[in-house]
Design a protein around this ligand. Structure first.
Ligand SMILES: [Zn+2]
Length: 163
């Protein structure tokens, strides 16, 4: 099932989500649907508040096939700084550079209820921080350093890839 995406400035996007206390069939179905919804909208990440659920849950597209599912994720360490352009499915047509930690250590649970610790850097670290912000009721446009049009954002990303 593909969920409709909650759009800014819906209050839900500014609300802190609740921790998951139990892995239920409903939660598993929600994770499956979030994956489908993210793919259908060509997103690289999706947090539960974006589909109207106030829960500490997010999915991130790692590559064509693999999706990282995060339940109750927290960043326990961060270092460095990286500035890059961001966008958000909930805030169409807004683009801009945001400063993020270059490297993070993350703790989270998977759908089996197992706890993991992982290190991420650069692009993946950026998506993780963007999604965890959603779970804490924060949106990237409040952190924009330099605002871009769609064309400028695309150009910026192309130039980065050429580096
Ligand atoms: Zn977003």
């Amino acid at each position: 099932m593909i969920y409709p995406i909650i759009l800014y400035p819906d209050r839900l996007l500014m609300t802190v989500s609740e921790e998951v206390t139990e892995i239920t069939d409903e939660l598993i179905a929600m994770l499956d649907n979030m994956q489908q919804t993210m793919k259908a909208h060509d997103g690289v990440g999706l947090a539960a508040p974006q589909i109207g659920k106030r829960l500490q849950v997010a999915v991130i597209q790692l590559d064509d096939e693999e999706v990282l599912e995060l339940i109750n994720p927290i960043i326990i360490e961060e270092s460095g700084e990286s500035i890059d352009v961001e966008a958000c499915l909930s805030i169409p047509d807004q683009y801009g550079t945001v400063s993020r930690a270059q490297q993070v250590v993350l703790r989270y649970f998977d759908r089996q209820g197992l706890e993991y610790e992982m290190e991420a850097s650069d692009y993946l670290a950026r998506i993780i921080q963007h999604e965890i912000d959603h779970l804490n009721g924060k949106v990237f446009i409040d952190k924009i350093i330099q605002r871009f049009t769609r064309e400028e954002a695309e150009k910026y990303m192309e130039e980065k890839q050429d580096d």
